[in-house]
Design a binder for this molecule. Structure first.
Ligand SMILES: [Zn+2]
Ligand SMILES: [Zn+2]
Ligand SMILES: [Zn+2]
Length: 279
């Protein structure tokens, strides 16, 4: 404790007063709140100058700053964790919104690089960004994804690596048809035919006629699927222990009330839970 002469408040008692000499030997402008306020006002009035100065400073001290940050993070793990948890719980909505907006911007940027100004499916020219995906031209998608991650991680990877010619833009429907066309033939074609028949029958029960997407004219059973109308499909399947689409079809067939389910193509089913939509 000590006294300190604030240029606004006059003599004040301030617990930090004895140490209120700036590193460079100058005294502070005033008591702590006044100094903080003044610094803020200065930076606001001189934004360009301050930004430039801190950019130069960061550049000149990049390695020592990095070292300091690493030491600090190492020594304050719990503190930082707690602060982030608190911040996240208070701002989760805006944090998620910002993350989604960021992913959406990244997606458009990357897809433009692999397509055109308005990205579209290379096969059917579908232009809705929510229906589009990056297809591995060489069909080595799963191993590559395991290495670099899926969705926004792939997009980031492609951008960082200056858009290597490994990808093309396809819609989910065309992507899946392409996958089927290169998939090795089933080891059990009889069972495969049976499953296909079961699927067609289930879809027919839901549409009451020839299976067709609820939202578009697609009627190719290979790219039609059962959609949970209210979302939450993955959770639902997990809670019922349904690991395959076959067990899901049998489940839906047995239901009296099928109003929670509809037939949708992969585009209209996947577009709903795209990376850029609310989770
Ligand atoms: Zn003051
Ligand atoms: Zn397509
Ligand atoms: Zn559709």
């Amino acid at each position: 404790m000590g006294t300190f002469e604030c240029r606004i408040h006059g003599i004040v008692i301030d617990k930090d007063c004895t140490e209120r000499l700036h590193r460079n030997g100058r005294t502070y402008f005033g008591c702590r709140p006044c100094s903080i306020e003044r610094g803020r006002a200065y930076r606001k009035a001189n934004r360009v100058k301050c930004n430039e100065r801190s950019r130069l400073y960061s550049k000149a001290n990049a390695s020592s700053r990095k070292e300091k940050r690493i030491t600090y993070v190492d020594n304050n793990r719990d503190l930082l964790r707690a602060a982030w948890d608190r911040y996240y719980s208070e701002n989760s909505v805006s944090i998620l919104e910002k993350a989604r907006a960021r992913s959406q911007r990244l997606k458009v940027e990357v897809f433009r690089a692999y397509s055109k100004e308005v990205p579209e499916c290379a096969s059917c020219r579908e232009p809705s960004i929510d229906f589009l995906t990056l297809d591995h031209i060489g069909n080595d998608g799963s191993s590559h994804r395991a290495e670099i991650g899926s969705g926004p991680k792939t997009w980031n990877w492609a951008k960082r690596n200056e858009y290597p010619p490994l990808f093309q833009v396809l819609c989910f429907n065309c992507n899946f048809l392409k996958y089927l066309s290169v998939k090795p033939p089933s080891k059990n074609p009889r069972r495969q035919a049976l499953e296909a028949a079961l699927k067609r029958e289930t879809l027919q029960m839901l549409t009451g006629g020839i299976p067709k997407c609820e939202d578009c004219p697609v009627d190719d059973v290979r790219i039609l699927t059962v959609d949970h109308v209210h979302g939450g499909g993955n959770e639902h399947r997990r809670s019922l222990g349904m690991t395959s689409s076959q067990s899901m079809y049998s489940h839906v067939r047995k239901l009296q009330d099928k109003s929670d389910f509809a037939v949708r193509c992969y585009n209209h089913n996947s577009g709903k839970r795209s990376w850029t939509k609310p989770v």
